[in-house]
Design a protein. Structure first.
Length: 314
């Protein structure tokens, strides 16, 4: 449950969101691209794909479509000009931190292939056992739903707000066979990650592991869809932004008036007694200063009359 009401406070305040798979997108692909930051980046001015990051040999391609429902498209091929062997897509609601699970695994696989001069694990055939692709979820306590359609397997998160659907029926090599999802149905609330049939099982598992991660992610309050606020826990990252000046209340006015009156009384005493006390203090201070700065009086010298002694009237 939400610990704060997101729309009663600063919409730009950063908060930690749990669970992560319900956090939605923060509007950038930074987290997803971070594992491959050292790969070539291609910024495209025309077409729906705004940024394309490729492996140095261009066999792996990671595209970010900043304005589309299908926000991410990731593929791998035998060589730079071959058709993709498999495709993974992530919609605009999917947190980039989940995409990072896949890009991290791809960067690792590519580095190993480069060292060993092999074809790369990112092109191996998937496991014949569907459970291998989703083991991180079952290890995290996600359970199988007995009501899934014949020929499919569905595994649901403990909170019922996320799951994975696996289609085991015979299909073509480009058929979409695995779908990770999170959030209630809706254009702005349902995150979806879809993998085609020949996607290596360990890459799906890496994505699932990121999805099952219990660590919170940082978002600004306005980035969370309002329909999701009752499904997540929000923890402010820091103090809220300072508020602008407010109109003083009647109590504020009275307190200010009292404070100013006390300050005036301290600086400017009003009664005759106050004035006599201040005068006596001034004479005492002046006398002490004169004694410390004047030479010692000669023997037999008569002390001056006390200037503060009252005079007798004739």
């Amino acid at each position: 449950m939400s610990t704060q009401q997101p729309y009663d406070q600063d919409p730009y305040q950063e908060v930690l969101v749990t669970p992560m798979y319900l956090a939605g997108s923060n509007g950038t692909g930074d987290a997803g691209f971070a594992p491959v930051a050292h790969w070539p980046h291609h910024y495209l001015d025309e077409g729906p794909c705004q940024l394309l990051v490729t492996s140095p040999d261009q066999r792996i391609r990671i595209g970010w479509f900043g304005d589309d429902f299908e926000l991410w498209k990731i593929t791998a091929a035998e060589d730079a000009v071959s058709a993709p062997r498999w495709t993974a897509t992530f919609n605009h609601v999917t947190p980039a931190e989940i995409v990072a699970g896949l890009t991290t695994a791809l960067a690792h696989d590519y580095a190993e292939a480069d060292v060993h001069e092999g074809n790369g694990r990112f092109l191996v055939n998937p496991s014949p056992y569907w459970a291998d692709a989703v083991q991180p979820l079952t290890d995290a306590g996600w359970t199988r739903d007995g009501g899934a359609e014949l020929g499919t397997v569905e595994i649901i998160a403990p909170d019922g707000q996320a799951g994975v659907l696996i289609d085991k029926r015979l299909s073509g090599p480009n058929a979409e066979t695995v779908e990770l999802w999170a959030g209630p149905p809706g254009w702005g609330t349902r995150a979806e990650a879809v993998f085609t049939a020949r996607t290596p099982s360990h890459l799906i598992a890496a994505t699932a592991a990121a999805m099952a991660d219990s660590a919170p992610v940082v978002r600004e309050r306005h980035q969370l869809d309002r329909a999701m606020e009752h499904l997540v826990t929000l923890t402010p990252v820091g103090p809220p932004a300072p508020e602008g000046p407010r109109t003083p209340t009647p109590l504020d006015v009275r307190r200010t008036a009292v404070t100013q009156a006390v300050q005036r009384a301290t600086r400017f005493p009003q009664t005759a007694a106050d004035l006599r006390v201040m005068a006596a203090r001034s004479r005492t201070a002046a006398s002490a200063q004169n004694r410390s700065s004047s030479p010692a009086p000669a023997l037999g010298a008569r002390p001056l009359a006390n200037s503060s002694a009252p005079r007798r009237s004739r």
